[in-house]
Design a binder for this molecule. Structure first.
Ligand code: PLP
Length: 249
């Protein structure tokens, strides 16, 4: 299949760029995870990336992934329900989650990387408890002024309240922070944002020692090398692997 080759070549190219960025930053490759952002693309492409060796995927809509998950079952691609493993695909939610979809999200995703309110965390915890499982989570922070961006403000009282409550939400396992850099031609804008997230991680880890802040999910196709230089542990890459996304109708 020609599509297959195309995707595995793209992955190889991305892999080389990640390696180069790690080398330049004096970091080890194993400390940066590659997430293939498969949103809007059909299950067949996700399956190709899986066959090419990728095991971590990002989807941004509950309904879309629910349909894809059924298609992946048909393609015999094993999807993990709880944790990353060597032979199954772990799929994280990386889009904004509406609170009326928490039950379904807690059933089908390995992790929700976009926890952006206290209410959402509580609802996800309840939903995970009902589903009798643990759900990994990242807290999404908004570090730029852009109106459209989701995420909690770093100096908000809601973030403080969330971080105080998280140790008692036993079905949610917080693993770190996530952010999306603002759209800007100038790469230094993204760098500032990534650096801010890493600094916040140090501050929060000192202030909330019961929580795990290891993961820093930052960097996309246009800025992942900068994110790696600034300490990213998880880069979320769509376009550079799957090509341009179809425009929404
Ligand atoms: C779509 C998306 C990505 C991937 O973006 P590309 O520029 O295609 O790599 C990463 N993170 C989030 C949150 C996204 O919504």
């Amino acid at each position: 299949m020609s599509g297959h080759q195309h995707i595995s070549e793209n992955i190889q190219r991305v892999e080389e760029r990640i390696l180069t960025a790690c080398r330049q930053a004096g970091r080890e490759r194993i400390h940066v995870r590659l997430m293939a952002v498969s949103k809007t693309h059909p299950a067949e492409l996700l399956a190709e990336a899986f066959t090419a060796g990728l095991r971590l995927f990002g989807e941004n809509r509950v309904q879309e992934f629910q349909e894809k998950k059924a298609a992946l079952d048909n393609l015999r691609i094993p999807v993990a329900d709880t944790f990353t493993s060597d032979h199954r695909a772990a799929v994280h939610l990386i889009g904004h989650l509406q609170s009326n979809k928490t039950a379904r999200a807690a059933e089908i995703f390995s992790a929700v990387d976009t926890v952006d309110s206290l209410k959402l965390a509580q609802r996800l915890n309840d939903a995970a408890a009902r589903a009798k499982r643990q759900l990994s989570a990242l807290i999404e922070l908004k570090l730029s002024e852009e109106e459209a961006k989701t995420g909690l403000e770093a100096d908000s009282s809601e973030l403080a309240e969330l971080l105080e409550q998280l140790p008692d939400l036993h079905h949610l396992q917080t693993r770190g922070l996530m952010t999306v850099a603002p759209f800007d031609e100038n790469p230094e804008t993204a760098r500032k944002c990534f650096r801010k997230l890493r600094q916040l991680r140090e501050e929060l880890a000192a202030r909330y020692p019961r929580l795990d802040f290891k993961e820093l999910s930052m960097g996309m196709s246009g800025d992942f090398e900068i994110a790696i230089e600034e300490g990213s542990t998880l880069v979320r890459i769509g376009t550079a692997i799957f090509g341009a996304r179809p425009k929404p109708a």
